[in-house]
Design a protein around this ligand. Sequence first.
Ligand SMILES: Nc1ncnc2c1ncn2[C@@H]1O[C@H](COP(=O)(O)OP(=O)(O)OP(=O)(O)O)[C@@H](O)[C@H]1O
Length: 482
Amino acid sequence: MALWGGLGQAATVAQLVGADIGGLITMIMQAAMTAQQNKKECEQLARRVFTIAELLQHLQDPDVLRRPEIQRPLTGLEDTLREAHELVLSCQDKSAVYRLVMTGRQAEKFRDVQSRIDSYLLLFPVISHMDITRRLERIYKILVPKDTLGPSMPAFSVPPNPSPPSQVATQFVWRETHGVKEFTFMELATATNNFSLDRKIGEGAFAKVYKGRLPDGREVAIKRTLETSGIGIIDIMRELSILRSISHQHIVRVFGSCVKEKRQLLPPFRKKQEETLLVLEYMENGSLHRHLHGPRSSSPVMTSWKTRIEILLGVSRAIEYMQSYGERPGFGVVMLEVLTGKKPYFSKEEREEMEKTEECVEEEEREEREQEGKNTEEDKEESEREEEKKTTEECHPYWQKWDSFGRQHLASIALPLIEAGKLWKVLDRRPAAEPTPRQLEAAELVAQTAAHCLQLRGEERPPISVVVANLEKALELARCDG
Ligand SMILES: Nc1ncnc2c1ncn2[C@@H]1O[C@H](COP(=O)(O)OP(=O)(O)OP(=O)(O)O)[C@@H](O)[C@H]1O
């Protein structure tokens, strides 16, 4: 069916509007495919949410979604999608009794959720209008060089002496004061020895990153989109627009950008394409990922709880700062990554490998208990905890699923264990093979904070100020024992 053919597209929307909305749309569509009851209603619902995904995907400037006048009416979208997902999931039960009890109530729920989704769809003409305006603004900036505008004039047509100053004008003034430079492609090619392989320092989901040196001697990281069109450009524009409007000691600075226009010369493919590059402050120490999962075993990140919590605290302070700009990055997962030393996603093979290791450890522990002659009581406790774990897993339907790429999320493994009081089962032992009571208390505090941050419903997650306070407390504890 054509509807399901677009599932991959829906997933990519996650990158535009935050993992929750993109992921939820994908989950609704997947669940609708296997519904046993109300198939028609489930399909209609999936069709509607897919329309949202498609419309979002056509946005050229996702920043439009962050404008307060758009954000306000969109705030409930995530919760509505969650309800839609729960509703479609509830249609998986095929028993006749269930049908008898639920049919009337579900019809009402479908009507309610569908009408709410329709009301979000009504917003799209407005979003599209703003999107076009922003694109025109960009074109205008390219056509009319900044120098010809004079120092106090905005780059886009803003009414004279607006009161209060419009957002566009504020952005313009900001850029002048923070000096984000527009580089030519030639300058960046020279800085990176023509993007040579030996200058490549990393690669993310949508860009390759090169180390470069500017004529004034500054070392920089230059980010270049992997593809010359599509999602990469949107992502990089988004990153640029966020970074250029903020300044914080824990957030990488952006020095400049470059828009390179490409022409494909052979007809019938002749069309203009853009490539966007970012020039960033060079971070000598590399990524947290490399310190946690890379080969540099001498890194203090490997060996010290204090360093790990200091890093989390720095990130949480950066998020606290960014939230005042309306940004809300997904942080709970990073906390889990730092606690467990494991990557955020597991392939099936990695998961099986881990289970084997867990079984071995459990077997050893059982043998030890048998030798000590105290197995009966502890085995009973163990089975009670296993029971608790199962229940906890059921409480996290969002995290227990394999995603559409066949991966399992770290949260689906770590959260049930944390909530069952078994943090020790997933705690990284590299910083301390036998953690001290204070280190354990610190780790427990971080784990509980992470679990709160990963609550399904946004309103159940703690404010970032609470996260910062908890991490400060955890750092105090970890500092005591190095
Ligand atoms: N400013 C920088 N200084 C030094 N190295 C950097 C810098 N920015 C990125 N890198 C390196 O390049 C890699 C890729 O970075 P990029 O920002 O493209 O993706 P990411 O953040 O790792 O992942 P994703 O694309 O999924 O967000 C990083 O992991 C890091 O090793």
